[in-house]
Design a protein around this ligand. Structure first.
Ligand code: NDP
Ligand code: 8X3
Length: 247
C-alpha cells in the first residue's frame, strides 16, 4: 500500500545492513526519510541513493541524539534499528566495555531515541515505532549473555510501550530476525572476516532486504492495525542454536 501523503520515517543505523535496506524499501513506499548513523560517509552514500536526509547520530550519546532530532521537523515512523553484538563472552568473564556498548546502543539508545521523538510521533496522528529486536530476545545461547539480555530488554520495552501508549495514535512493532548476513558478525567478531562468515556457512541466510520487507509491510498497514511482532528466520534455522547446514 502506498501512502496517500508523504510520511516521514527516521531510521537509525542506516549506514549498512538492515537499516540501509529499510531506507531503500521505505523510499519505494513513498516515505520521506531521515537517516542516522556514526559513519557519515557511508550514510551519505545510502541517502544519495534514496533521496534521504542524512545526519550523524550516535545513539549512545544524548547530545548527538539532541542535535540529530533538532533537525527533524515531523516524524511519523521511527525505526530503532541501530544495534550490535560484541564478542561471545560467558557471563563470568563479560568485559565491561563489551557489555556497556551492547546495552548503551541496543537498549538505552533505543529508549533515548524514542523519548526524543515521542511528541512528534503523537502529533503526526499516525505514529509508528518499529524496534529491531532479535530471536536473541526470545532465546539464550552460551556466550550470548551480553547481547541476549539486551535484546530481551528490547522485547520487554516494546511490550511496555504498547501498554503505556494504548489510546495514543502511535503503533509499536518488534521485528525479530534470526540469521541475516550483514556486517553484524564482522562487528561481533571485531573485524575477523573468517570468523564472521561461519554463522552463515552451509545455509542460505536471510538478507537485509528480507527484514526491510517485513518492516515496510508493518508500517504500511492501515492505521487501525498494530502488528505486534514479526519473528523471521532462514528456513534452515529452527532456533538460535539449531541450524541444519550443508557442510
Ligand atoms: P550492521 O552491522 O550491518 O548494521 C548496524 C547499524 O547500526 C550500522 O548502520 C551502524 O552504523 C549502526 N550503529 C551501531 N552503533 C551505533 C550507534 N552507537 N549509533 C548509531 N548507529 C549505530 O548489522 P545489522 O544490519 O544486521 O543490524 C541492525 C539491527 O539488526 C541491530 O539492532 C541488530 O542487533 C539486529 N539484528 C541483526 C541480526 C543479524 O543476524 N544480522 C539478527 C537479529 C537482529 P555506524 O557504525 O555507522 O554507526
Ligand atoms: C542476531 C541473531 O542468533 O546471532 O540477533 O543472536 S543471533
Amino acid at each position: 500500500m502506498k501512502s496517500d501523503s508523504p510520511r516521514t520515517a527516521v531510521v537509525t543505523g542506516a549506514s549498512s545492513g538492515i537499516g540501509e535496506a529499510t531506507a531503500y524499501r521505505l523510499a519505494e513506499e513513498g516515505f520521506e526519510l531521515v537517516l542516522g548513523a556514526r559513519r557519515l560517509d557511508r550514510l551519505r552514500e545510502v541517502a544519495a541513493k534514496c533521496g534521504a536526509k542524512a545526519y550523524e547520530l550516535d545513539v549512545t550519546d544524548k547530545s548527538s541524539i539532541r542535535a540529530f532530532c533538532e533537525r527533524i521537523e515531523s516524524c511519523n515512523v521511527l525505526i530503532n534499528n541501530a544495534g550490535l553484538a560484541s564478542g561471545f563472552e560467558p557471563v563470568t568473564s563479560l568485559s565491561e566495555e563489551r557489555l556497556r556498548v551492547m546495552w548503551e546502543t541496543n537498549v538505552l539508545g533505543l529508549i533515548w531515541m524514542t523519548q526524543a521523538l515521542h511528541d512528534r510521533l503523537v502529533a503526526s496522528g499516525n505514529g509508528h515505532v518499529v524496534n529491531v529486536g532479535s530471536i536473541a530476545g526470545r532465546e539464550v545461547y552460551p556466550g550470548g549473555g551480553g547481547y541476549t539480555t539486551s535484546k530481551h530488554a528490547v522485547r520487554v520495552l516494546t511490550e511496555t510501550m504498547r501498554v503505556e501508549w494504548a489510546g495514543e495514535p502511535v503503533r509499536i512493532t518488534e521485528v525479530a530476525p534470526g540469521l541475516v548476513e550483514t556486517e553484524f558478525s564482522v562487528v561481533r567478531f571485531d573485524g575477523d572476516l573468517a570468523k564472521a562468515k561461519k554463522p552463515y556457512e552451509g545455509i542460505e541466510p536471510l538478507t537485509a532486504t528480507d527484514i526491510a520487507d517485513c518492516i515496510a509491510w508493518a508500517v504500511t498497514r492501515p492505521p487501525r492495525v498494530n502488528i505486534d511482532e514479526i519473528v523471521v528466520k532462514p528456513v534452515r534455522q529452527a532456533t538460535a542454536t539449531h541450524v541444519v547446514r550443508d557442510l
